[in-house]
Design a protein around this ligand. Structure first.
Ligand code: PRT
Ligand code: ZN
Length: 210
């Protein structure tokens, strides 16, 4: 029997919950911070620890059979993967936010304005859907300081508690998408039986939590 591979985040907001979910599925593995691959001793499975941004492509390309990643990352990387199960953690929303003293009151007023984001693909679709043409400024991080520095009129970033927006003098203005961690798989994988077995275990862990 071929060994399955599942890709999860190596470190960050989804790591701990992903590891906990797999352990609750009865899978025995060592969770060494230094290793990139961890074999499961009681199931034909290996766990790959990766940057979250790389997970959708690894699954699409068949390097991993399964993955756990935020929906926001999947949408941004525009890959073709199968959504197998929503996992109920890592919940957040991608929002456009403006400064507390901004003159923008209606979403149409974003026309011609600049918006800083690390999610240019999703933002571009949202703006097109709303027939708005704005200047998307793609940056790699610390998006929330950009309006204060005069680099943009608005930002588009993930929000969970809203604390980061608040402490940077920003307020949420428009919802672009909501997201949570999901289990993804490759379309047309040859390991269907083992994958089904794992999905069933994941679903019974989730049901037990309800
Ligand atoms: O190193 P690697 O590339 O793997 O990780 P990363 O730094 O890219 O991602 P990480 O670990 O920060 O987030 C992983 C995933 O967690 C994201 O892709 C989302 O699906 C999910 N998630 C849930 C969040 C948040 N909540 C969140 N609040 N990701 C980021 N944030 C950030 C947000 O960008 C902002 O800076 O937290 C800040 C806002 O939080 P609040 O609580 O102040 O609103
Ligand atoms: Zn990342």
């Amino acid at each position: 029997m071929k060994t399955l591979k599942i890709a999860i985040q190596k470190s960050g907001r989804l790591n701990e919950k992903s590891v906990e979910l797999l352990k609750n599925c009865g899978l025995n593995f060592e969770n060494y911070k230094s290793s990139l691959i961890s074999p499961v001793s009681n199931f034909p499975l290996e766990i790959l620890f990766l940057r979250d941004d790389d997970i959708p492509e690894y699954v699409q390309d068949g390097i991993a059979d399964l993955g756990i990643v935020g929906e926001n990352v999947i949408q941004e990387t525009e890959v073709e993967v199968a959504y197998l199960q929503k996992l109920g953690f890592g919940k957040c929303s991608l929002k456009i936010a403006i400064t507390n003293n901004s003159d923008i009151e209606d979403i149409k007023q974003l026309e011609g304005r600049s918006i800083a984001t690390t999610y240019p693909v999703i933002l571009d679709k949202f703006l097109k859907d709303n027939s708005i043409s704005a200047d998307i400024r793609t940056i790699s991080g610390s998006v929330e300081i950009s309006p204060g520095l005069g680099l943009s009129d608005a930002i588009c970033d993930l929000v969970s508690t809203g604390g980061t927006l608040k402490s940077n003098g920003l307020k949420p203005f428009a919802d672009v998408m909501s997201s949570e961690a999901v289990l993804i798989g490759r379309k047309g994988s040859e390991n269907e039986l083992l994958i089904q077995e794992l999905i069933q275990r994941v679903q019974s862990v989730l049901r037990a939590k309800e």
